[in-house]
Design a protein around this ligand. Sequence first.
Ligand code: SF4
Length: 197
Amino acid sequence: MRRTPRGYCPTRLARRSLIPPLVRQLKDPLGLGAAAQSRRSETLEPRTLEADKVVKSVCPYCAVGCGQRVYVKDEKVVQIEGDPDSPISRGRLCPKGAGSLGYVRSPLRETKVKYRRPHGTQWEELDLETAMDMIADRVVKTRDETWEATNDKGETLNRTLGFGVLGGATLDSEENYLLKKSFTAMGAISIENQARI
Ligand code: SF4
């Protein structure tokens, strides 16, 4: 006999619909069982049902690190839910994490580098290579112009106050390690992370 995805038998459903609603509710006074379901909700299917693969991940939004299950169909993300196996979040996600699907699929997602020139009033799109070259040029120039080898007493400093780095809570340990290491190597001493502030 055909059964719906939730395991209900259509014949049984039809028979149950003949029972007056009040009787059904009295049989389930807490209102948590089948009596509290509408006919529409009885036929609802989980929105993750269409997926052909589930990948475990971690919410990228903040340092709490809630576990996520990423549902994939035909190599495309179709849904993202909380992971009940996560000891951090036990299946829960805050509104930001619960909206993760939008980061992947939103038509408003920015995928190009945006640049506004000094005194410019419009954003321009740059290719990534050009943008990276521009950043590197500025870092080298600023470092050269602001380098402090010694102080007034002749004591060694070997530093620059010309630039610093402020890491974000979305960065993982490895990214923060690389940021700290690379900026320290360049002589920066203003190195901080938003998660600590
Ligand atoms: S679900 Fe919310 S609390 Fe959890 S990691 Fe994501 S943003 Fe942070």
